[in-house]
Structure formats: structure tokens, C-alpha cells
Design a protein around this ligand. Structure first.
Ligand code: ADP
Ligand code: MG
Length: 403
């Protein structure tokens, strides 16, 4: 789960991470009030959306095109009136950044923050490294830039320490990074305190990512988080009700939320072939083979072990709620669930949703012959497939022919 910058800053601050003062606003009037309370002389108005690259992003105009000559989603201003004006220009408008895709995201909240005298912009990130089974803290002198680009073009500029989660982050880990970043004097102590607090927040809150980009050194030698991104492990949210309450459903894919409500694992993708599969591994293999035969999967969907009529119906509805879907591939292995029961579920569900796109079904496992017979005798235009390759080939072909 993802949260907004201002929410991440509030959480991190509780752990002792240094952040500038600020407040969130939903209207220009609220924005001006916050600016007055903060006091000047410089403020920053920041669009709050679940995507980075806001500073370099641009807003859409009324005709839907991107205003390339306009200002970005993060603006430094010098009066309370300008805070209000800029909040007004952002709220209710759609911001397009490198990370939002062409559709962009509507700004519904802005964060008003005290302006800060930046001397250096650095990068700091915490994530779980699957290769080492440890937590890695990454640091770089190239703050403010996209870290993926730094890693690609100048990998030597990324410093890393591996932290054993049983031991936790130690001061020497932090000092190693602080010196590597070229910090001096009291900045070193401030950075060590910052990093240890950031690690504590990461570990206590079951975060999967904490990224501070930029981490800045101010003219006065303070070390501050100017931006903050936090992602949380969904599987641990049950023990963090307060974090779950920060969820902003307006920022999430509606179909994915609906799937979560029904206990289905669904991820929307950009292709046109919907897939319904039981088991995450088989679902991945199904997406791969669709691509191998020249198609593009519209989604990942694992219906789980119990592919009952109800679940299959919900899954069909979810897949069809995506207007890009032009064909569906059902690939189910009947182990505990018998193929005849699955076939009945698929037939009933296809009738209930009045399926209007080609449907290819590949069944394998217990009672497979009976399952295929039920599909064949249903009177529905269901194409039955004998194996995975056959199924992928058939659905790609059917979609091409229908188009
Ligand atoms: P994004 O990464 O989405 O573009 P950031 O929060 O990193 O958004 O802001 C972009 C840039 O705006 C920062 O790199 C920094 O230069 C500037 N900035 C952000 N917050 C402040 C602030 N409080 N004071 C001064 N400059 C800021
Ligand atoms: Mg940033």
C-alpha cells in the first residue's frame, strides 16, 4: 500500500526523522491559513498524488492536452496570497508526471511546507533485498534525480549497506553512508540520527520501501527530508490499522480494490487478453505464453483454490470491467476442485454476464473429460483447448479474428 508524501512525513517525524514543518489543505483557503500559521518568508505548495516526478510534471488544460509551458506540481512561493493562488491552480486539476502515465492524476490535496535553504540534494532509500534476504540502505550524492537513472548511468555513485534484520541498523552502518556522502562536522551526527530513525520506522511499520529524494543539507547544516515516499507490505497491514486508515482509495485502481474485497489477486495490465487462472505461478506462466504467441495480457488474476461459480462470476465481471479486454483465457487446473464443477461454474458465469468476447477454456486435472463435455454441450461459443500452448494460440487467434 502506498501513502501520500505528507502522511509519510508525519509518520517519519514521530520516529525522529527531521522534516520541514507543513500542513495538508483541501481548499485554497485552508492552504492560506496553513501558510499564515507557518510564517514565511518562503513556502512550497506541493501536489499530493501517489506518484513521483511532481516537480517536473505538468498539468492538463481544459481541453485535455498537457500544458507544457505551464508550471509544475511543486512550487516555491513568497507570499500567503501566492500560496492560495497556486493551491487553486493545482486542486481539482490533473497532473501528468513520468510516473502517472498519460492519464495523469487529479490533485485533491496539497501540502503547504516551509521553504528550505537547500545547499545539497542527496538520496536515501531503504528496501528489502531479496537476493541477500536483508534490508538495504542506499545513499547517493545524486539527490533529486531518478535513482533508477543514477543506478543505470553511474552505478559507482550509489552507496549501499546491508543490514541484518535480526541485528537492526547500527550507528556504524549510518556513519559509513554519512562519510560516503561527504558530510562533515555536525552534519554527520544529524545524518546518523536521521538514518537510524528512518530504519526504525521502516522496521516497526512493516514498510517495503522508504525513500527520501531529496535528502537535503541546508545552509545552516541541518539534514532534512524534503520528499518522502513510503510503501507498506499489504500482508502486514492487519497489524497496522492506523496505517491502513491512511489508504486513499481515490489513488488506487478501482478494479484492484474490488478484487481485494473478494479475496482475488488481480493486477490490471495494458493488454487485451483477460486471464483467469488458479494459482499465482500458473497465472504468470499463462501471461508469458500469451506473450509468446504474440498477444498481450490484460491482467494477472489468481482466483485461488476454490474456483466456484460465485468466484468465477466475480472474476469474469472484473475482467470485463476493463474496456480493453477483447478475449478471455481461462486456465484452470482441477486438483482439489473437480473439472466438472469448474466447467459448470464457467458456463453459469458466462451466461450470467452475457459474455460478448471470445472465451477459450483450458481445463486439466480430475474429471477433465466430463468438464470438457459440459463446456461443449453448453451451447455457448466456448473454445476448448487441450494444453497451455494450444489455449494461448487459440485466444490470440480468436481476438485477431474478432477484430
Ligand atoms: P517530486 O520528487 O515528486 O518532484 P519533491 O518533493 O522531491 O517532488 O520536490 C521536487 C523538488 O522541489 C525538490 O527536489 C526540491 O528541489 C524542491 N522542494 C521540495 N520541497 C521543498 C521545500 N520544502 N523547500 C524548498 N524546495 C523544495
Ligand atoms: Mg522527490
Amino acid at each position: 500500500m502506498n501513502i501520500h508524501e505528507y502522511q509519510a512525513k508525519t509518520l517519519l517525524k514521530k520516529y525522529g526523522v527531521a522534516v520541514p514543518r507543513g500542513g495538508v489543505a483541501y481548499t485554497p483557503t485552508e492552504a492560506e491559513q496553513i501558510a499564515k500559521d507557518l510564517g514565511g518568508p518562503v513556502w512550497v505548495v506541493k501536489s499530493q498524488i501517489h506518484a513521483g516526478g511532481r516537480g517536473a510534471g505538468r498539468f492538463k488544460k481544459a481541453d485535455g492536452s498537457v500544458d507544457t509551458a505551464g508550471k509544475g506540481g511543486v512550487r516555491v512561493v513568497k507570499s500567503v496570497a501566492e500560496v492560495g493562488e497556486n493551491a487553486k491552480a493545482m486542486l481539482g486539476h490533473v497532473l501528468v508526471t513520468k510516473q502517472t502515465g498519460v492519464a495523469g492524476k487529479e490533485v485533491k490535496r496539497v501540502y503547504i511546507e516551509e521553504g528550505c535553504d537547500i545547499k545539497r540534494e542527496l538520496y536515501l532509500g531503504l528496501l528489502i533485498d531479496r537476493a541477500t534476504s536483508r534490508v538495504t540502505m542506499m545513499a547517493s550524492t545524486e539527490g533529486g534525480m531518478e535513482i533508477e537513472e543514477v543506478a543505470h548511468n553511474t552505478p559507482e555513485k550509489i552507496l549501499k549497506v546491508d543490514i541484518d534484520p535480526a541485528q537492526g541498523m547500527q550507528a556504524y552502518h549510518a556513519r559509513q553512508l554519512a562519510f560516503g556522502l561527504g558530510l562533515e562536522g555536525k552534519q554527520v551526527g544529524a545524518a546518523v540520527k536521521f538514518m537510524l530513525a528512518m530504519y526504525q520506522a521502516f522496521a516497526d511499520l512493516d514498510a517495503s520501501i522508504v525513500e527520501i529524494n531529496p535528502l537535503v543539507v541546508t545552509g545552516a547544516g541541518e539534514v532534512l527530508a524534503l520528499d518522502a515516499k513510503m510503501n507498506f507490505d499489504d500482508n502486514a497491514l492487519f497489524r497496522h490499522k492506523d496505517i491502513e486508515e491512511l489508504r486513499d482509495t481515490a489513488e488506487e485502481e478501482a478494479s484492484e480494490l474490488e478484487a481485494t474485497r473478494h479475496g482475488l489477486n488481480y493486477v490490471k495490465l495494458d493488454g487485451n487478453i483477460g486471464c483467469m487462472v488458479n494459482g499465482a505461478g500458473l497465472a504468470m506462466a499463462t501471461m508469458d505464453i500469451i506473450k509468446l504467441y504474440g498477444g498481450e495480457p490484460a491482467n494477472f488474476l489468481d482466483v485461488g483454490g476454490g474456483a466456484t461459480k460465485e468466484r468465477v462470476t466475480i472474476a469474469f465481471k472484473l475482467i470485463l470491467s476493463d474496456p480493453n479486454v477483447e478475449g478471455i483465457l481461462v486456465n484452470i487446473f482441477g486438483g482439489i476442485m473437480r473439472c466438472d464443477v469448474i466447467a459448470e461454474g464457467v458456463v453459469a458465469a458466462a451466461r450470467e454476464v452475457s459474455l460478448h468476447v471470445p472465451l477459450v477454456v483450458r481445463l486439466e486435472g480430475t474429471n477433465v473429460e466430463l468438464g470438457k463435455k459440459i463446456l461443449a454441450e453448453s451451447g455457448l461459443p466456448i473454445l476448448s483447448a487441450d494444453n497451455l500452448a494450444d489455449a494461448a494460440e487459440k485466444v490470440v487467434k480468436a481476438v485477431k479474428e474478432a477484430a
